[in-house]
Design a protein around this ligand. Structure first.
Ligand code: SF4
Ligand code: SF4
Length: 166
């Protein structure tokens, strides 16, 4: 037969549990109205990659291939090119003329982000990449490159300027 201490212990546990229940009942209900409203994502959420620029608008990627080497899925494809006096795309000697990530294989592990010495490749918060057509899951540099920052001053020569020069 239970003694008085055990009865009080059990009753206090029930009161404590119900206290949490009532406290949660008083809190506002959290409902994500996706897709009508964008979901609230955690800052660390690993979404679609972004290729970053520096404060002058130059691309941070210097085509060192470290991200591709670190990728366990081997889904990063890079073609490097040299910056010239007329056309400067990145702050280093080279830049990524082609930078593709195959999202058919990417597992969003973040190894590429950790491996990058210039913080050029990061995870953004995009997640709507599902597709019935696998060819659309190869994201190109143009899909991932961020906009030139507001206030970036010339000379900033973008790849489109390079294309026009040929
Ligand atoms: S997140 Fe992982 S799998 Fe995806 S590209 Fe980066 S290293 Fe490769
Ligand atoms: S994203 Fe970073 S690690 Fe990858 S090639 Fe560019 S600079 Fe190197």
């Amino acid at each position: 037969m239970a003694n008085i201490g055990e009865v009080f212990g059990a009753a206090s546990a029930v009161v404590k549990g119900m206290g949490i229940t009532f406290k949660e009942m008083m809190n506002p209900t959290v409902t994500e109205n996706y897709p009508d409203e964008p979901p609230k994502l955690q800052e660390r959420f690993r979404g679609v990659h972004e290729l970053q620029r520096d404060e002058n608008g130059l691309e941070k990627c210097v085509a060192c291939f470290l991200c591709a080497a670190a990728c366990p899925s081997m889904c990063i494809y890079i073609e490097a090119a040299e910056n010239t006096e007329k056309v400067r795309i990145s702050g280093g000697e080279r830049y990524a003329q082609v930078y593709n990530i195959d999202y058919n294989r990417c597992i969003f592990c973040g190894f590429c982000v950790e491996a990058c010495p210039t913080d050029a490749i990061t995870h953004g918060h995009g997640f709507e990449v599902a597709s019935y057509n696998t060819s659309t899951l190869i994201k190109r540099k143009e899909d991932m490159l961020v906009q030139i920052p507001v206030g970036a001053r010339p000379p900033v020569i973008t790849e489109s300027a390079e294309a026009g020069a040929h």
